[in-house]
Design a protein around this ligand. Sequence first.
Ligand SMILES: [Zn+2]
Length: 198
Amino acid sequence: MSWQFFVLVSVFSIEIFLPIRTDDRKTIERVELTEIGKFAIPRRARPTVPAHLHTGIDIKRPHQNYVNEPIFAVAEGTVISKRDDGAYAQLIIEHQVGKLRFWTVYEHIAGLNVSVHDRVTPARPIARFMNKEELNKYGWQFDHFHFEILKVAPIPLKFDPAKPQRLFNSYSLVCYSKSDLDKYFYDPLTFLRKQFNH
Ligand SMILES: [Zn+2]
């Protein structure tokens, strides 16, 4: 393959990677989920949360690194929403590559080092898994990060001065049937596998 051809292909192909640190960032088998971390599984009602279907996947940290295990954007994009207030810390990134437009959500994360309007690439970490101290504080049920891929734009939120960069919400707690889920979300592992096989 000539150098020029390679550049052309790189410019026009959708470069998508895993959101975690693995050798090639494209081997889907390296993504391990928690016991109840699969997409679309039913989640029981909790005091503040109605019963719902799981709208993403819960990814385990890929190494026994409880200090600074990085989390990456899966593709180039723009940060459109950020909350940084504890166990529910969240980033939402908008991606537009050719005709494909989608949004990714990263939740139960820590060490967020990007802001709203920032352009991100999959090469540099945007956050990390919670460290031991944070898990002791918030609970070890958060020893994973929750990852979603949205088909449609997230829900705009009213401005809250306490969370000035939290501008959008996902459809995480409003999916009660497979058809709800299918309207808003991709199955992340299926979506990524399909991109990697191109
Ligand atoms: Zn989850």
